[in-house]
Design a protein around this ligand. Sequence first.
Ligand SMILES: Nc1nc2c(ncn2[C@@H]2O[C@H](COP(=O)(O)OP(=O)(O)OP(=O)(O)O)[C@@H](O)[C@H]2O)c(=O)[nH]1
Ligand SMILES: [Mg+2]
Length: 290
Amino acid sequence: MIIDWYPGHMKKSRAQIIEMLPTIDLFIEVLDARLPASSANPLLGKLRGEKPCIKVLNKSDLADPTITNAWVTHFDKQQGVRALSMDATDRRNVGLLPKLCRKLVPGRGGKGQKPLRVMIIGIPNVGKSTLINTLAGKKMARVGDKPAITTCPQQIDLRNGILLSDTPGLLWPVLDDQAGACRLAASGAIGDNAFDTTAVSLETVAYISNRYPALLQKRYKLNELPYKSMEVLEEIGRRRGCLVSGGEVDLHRAAELFLRELRSGKIGRISLERPGERAEKEQPKETESE
Ligand SMILES: Nc1nc2c(ncn2[C@@H]2O[C@H](COP(=O)(O)OP(=O)(O)OP(=O)(O)O)[C@@H](O)[C@H]2O)c(=O)[nH]1
Ligand SMILES: [Mg+2]
């Protein structure tokens, strides 16, 4: 299974984002707290240059809190970076951000000062538009629980000295790290038609069986966890009535159900990556002309 997803609007948005860069004072990079390494677009590291960056580990309500704290510590050590874990749907959580933005870019965004221009960037479906709506206190940007809802950049004036640019979720032309791509697919960042649901579910079941066996057992009422991930998925299918005539398990339906429940947090708070577990992502091959 090769996972690749680079729809046409991403190529166009990438060019639009590059054009806007000189006018930006600070970046808010929204990452998925469940997979902070694989959800980081390597392109941003290149584009950001010396400008400050706040890494928001979003959807932290779905991730394992201990692991998320470890990631925040990990990112805080990077030059010019501040990291925050967040649930973008929760107004109390998001309130810290404007203050931190002003602190990182002194001389902008305060009374009598020029506006502070912030670009929100990240992969698809990670919660960028949700964060903007929560910051604005009203629905300014369209959101949805599938990738590629925002397809062109949009500027929003928070009326507190901060100008925000919402941008479309961007992936990169070649997903070199296919294990990372599988986690991206499991999280909901990749269009459903661009990957094999059963294969992605099986990989994810294998990881969760290893790291969070008790959560799987509890959710699917399994006395024992079968050794092979195929058997786990079959058992999930049987328990949930994903069957074809003759009583066989409909593996595709079981896989869809498992991913749906994982994404909505029904299985529990699960992180799919831990700091230090693997090498930081390699730079992608740039197959596209600048
Ligand atoms: N549980 C949870 N769900 C969230 C959070 N933030 C956003 N969501 C949900 O995630 C989905 C995607 O949110 P969007 O704001 O549209 O994501 P986006 O990054 O703008 O996506 P694109 O425009 O496609 O790039 C929506 O269903 C949101 O309700 C969060 O912190 N926790
Ligand atoms: Mg959006």
